[in-house]
Design a protein around this ligand. Sequence first.
Ligand SMILES: Nc1ncnc2c1ncn2[C@@H]1O[C@H](COP(=O)(O)OP(=O)(O)OP(=O)(O)O)[C@@H](O)[C@H]1O
Ligand SMILES: [Mg+2]
Length: 343
Amino acid sequence: MLDSVSGLLSQELAIDLGTSNTLYCLPGRGDICREPTVVAFREDDRGARVTLAVGTEARAMLGRAPSAVRVVRPLRDGVIADFQATEELLRYLLLRALGRKPLVGPRAVICIPFGTTEVEKRAVRECAESAGVRTVQLMEQPLAAALGAGLPLAAPTGNMVVDVGGGTTEVAVISLGGIVHSKTIPAGGDHMDAAIMRWVEAEHGLLIGPCTAEEVKQRVGGASAGARQASIAVAGRDVERGFPRRVTLRSAEVVQALAPIVDEIVAAIVATLERTPPELASDIVDTGILLTGGGALLSGLDETIGERTQLPVVLAEDPFSTVVQGAAIALGRSEELGGLFID
Ligand SMILES: Nc1ncnc2c1ncn2[C@@H]1O[C@H](COP(=O)(O)OP(=O)(O)OP(=O)(O)O)[C@@H](O)[C@H]1O
Ligand SMILES: [Mg+2]
């Protein structure tokens, strides 16, 4: 009884609020849960939003909803673009994670991209507080990713983390528990999907939706020629005639469509390496690059980065969850690791 009361009074939650997926977990308890960062709603007569679905259910409605229903992705390029939808998403996740509305709101660590502005940080805090979080602590994603992947965060050794997410790619050099240098670019999985859409329109005169493009990327896409030998049939709308039509896309052309994005990611890594102090750069020759984020699963991306930088690349064990795992570790060991939080 006492346990359940104190449990209700003081709960803790680690959250990775991402452009594509939001993950959460209760440190030391329960599994990691992942939901697409998508909210579906309609507006009532007075223009107030009525939430219809959140997460997986809302994602299934993307591009398929009737005109009265709006399906939004509340984050763009790693930053909150729709405050109300983000709040709704967090409120839903809180309820799912905690099972019921707690007597006292939980304490939560929410991961944010490095370089997030004060205004953007305030937006994250306010959304979470409106959703019912009592104490919000923020943590920079590269540090959380490093911790989650088991890198020796506090050691005086340089490590590089590359997180290819949906909205951004973050490249960071970490040493002594801090970020020495970091670069965030708007080149992630979403941009890969958009590149495939543009390619199919230009080369095949066919308009395809973002969900179809994402499936193409995952099934036959790759970072380098020879990464895959496969093809996929996709349906879309003919640009000129307006009718639905099907084409077959080969791996080789999808690789070509994705090349500009892969080049941007590699260029960001190279630019970061060039600005890294020599001692740390020499460490990275040994420690290599930790590649994480869902976009890291693009076939052959690890090898391509390895070839072009001549550095060892390690793909994280579970690229989706490294950040939330790191946040959960920091939350569970706050006394020792609390310095990693931004107040
Ligand atoms: N097998 C795969 N091949 C290529 N890309 C993949 C694969 N699986 C997932 N992805 C991509 O990973 C991206 C989502 O990754 P992740 O969940 O790490 O992003 P996020 O944390 O929500 O975004 P951000 O960190 O930019 O805010 C999506 O673009 C998705 O299409
Ligand atoms: Mg992410």
